[in-house]
Design a binder for this molecule. Sequence first.
Ligand code: HEM
Length: 430
Amino acid sequence: MSLPPGNFGLPVIGETLSFLFDPQFVEKRYRKYGVVFKSHILGKPAVFMMGAEAVEFLLSTGFENFSWRDGYPETFHKLLGRSLFAQEGEEHRRNRRLIMPAFHGAALARYFETMDKLICKYLVKWEQKQEFKWFEEFKQLTFEIASQIFLGIDSSDEAKRFSDLFATLTDGFFSFPSLPGSRFHKSVKARDQILVHLDQVIDRRRQHPTDDALSLLIQAEDESGDRLSTEEIRVQALLLLFAGHETTTAMLTWLVLELARHPEVLEKARSEQQHFDSPITLDQLSKMPYLDQVLNEVERLHPPIAGGFRGVIKPFEFAGYQIPQGWMAQYSILFTHRLPELYPNPEKFDVDRWKDTKQKPFSLIGFGGGSRICIGLAFAKLEMKLIAAHLLRSYAWDLLPNQSLKPVIIPTRRPKDGLKVRFQSISRLD
Ligand code: HEM
C-alpha cells in the first residue's frame, strides 16, 4: 500500500512556510490531490484529511491511532502546561469529567444573568461609540464574560489588564522558542503573571466559594472523592480562559458580517424575535430555530479553528493509503465544511440548507467531535445566541467602507481589518 499523494517540499523545512503564510495551502492541495494528501510541516511528515468519513475516523472510530498531545506544537505545551490540551487517556477523562459540570446544565443557567448584564453594558457602550472595530469589541466583551463567569473578576480594568496579558500569551503560540528575544519569551512572562494572579484568586475562592466556574472546579470531586489539585486548577483555568474567548469572538464577528451582507436573512431573524416578550430568557433561547440555522451556517462557512492536529502513534490505513507512525495528521474543519458532496454550492451563505436537513455525522465540526469535542460548546452557543438575540431585537449596523474583509487564519480565522461598523439602536433609525 502506498503513501498518500502530495509533496514533502524542501529538505528540513518541507512546506512549513507555505503552510503558515499561504491561506490557500490546503485548498490548492485538495484540488490537486483530493481529500487525503501528504506534506511536511513544522518538522514532520504530515497527512491532511477531510470529509465526514475521514473526520469520523480521526475523532472517533480510529481514535486509538492518534495522540492529541503530540499533535500540537511544543509552544502550546510549554505555555499551557499540563492542562486538558496536553492530557490523554485516563488522566484526560478524569479532568474532563471534573471540569464539564462547570460549563453545562445548571451552571449555565446560573451564568445567564451575569452574561446578560455584561452584554447590555457593551450594547450601551457601542451605541455611544457609534463606529468601531467589532472584532476588538467582541474580544473585550467575551473576555470580560469569561473572566467574570470563570473567575469572578468583576472590574473592567482588571479584565482589560488580564486580556492584554492573554494577547501577549497568544502571540507566543505560533513563535520560535529557540530564537533569543522572540515573542515566545514575552509570552512566557505574560503567562507567569497570569498564573500568579490565578493563584491569588484560587486561594480566595478556597476560603470563600462563590458561584463562579472556579469555585465549581475547586469543589468538584471524582467517584473516589478526589479533587483537582491547585496546580491542576490553575493550568485548567488558564486553558479555559485562553480557549474560551478568541474563538467565540471570531464566530460572532462573522455572524454580524454575514447578517449585514444578507438583509433578507437579517429580516427573517429579526421577525423570529418578535414572537417573544422582553426580557430575553434562557427558555426563549431554546425556541429560535431560524437563529439556530443562521449559527449553523456561520459555523460551517467560518469556523474559527481551521483544523485540528494529532500525532500518529500507530500506523494506520485510510482510503487505500498507508500512514506511518510518527507523522502528524490534520483533520480539516474549514474544507470539510466546503466539500460540495456534503454542502452543494458550498461557497454560498445559505441559511435554508439547514431547514429540514438531517445532518450527516461529522459533517459540521466547528467545535470538533467525538470524546474530545469542545468542552465550551454549550457555553459558547448560549453566549452567541444571547448576543445575537439582543442585536436582532434592538440594533442596526452597516459595514464602513475602505476595509478588507478577507479572512486571516492565524490564530483564529477572522476578517483582516477587524470589521469596522456603524452601529445604532433601531429606535433611532429614520
Ligand atoms: C465559538 C466558540 C468555540 C469554537 C469554535 C471552539 C472550537 C473548538 C474545537 C474545534 C476544539 C477541538 C480541537 C481539536 O479537535 O483539535 C475545541 C476544544 C476545546 N475547547 Fe473550544 N471552541 C469554542 C469555545 C470554547 C469555550 C467557550 C471554551 C471554554 C469554556 C472552550 C474550551 C475548549 C477546550 C478546553 C477544548 C479541549 C477539549 C478536550 O481536549 O477535551 N472552547 N474547541
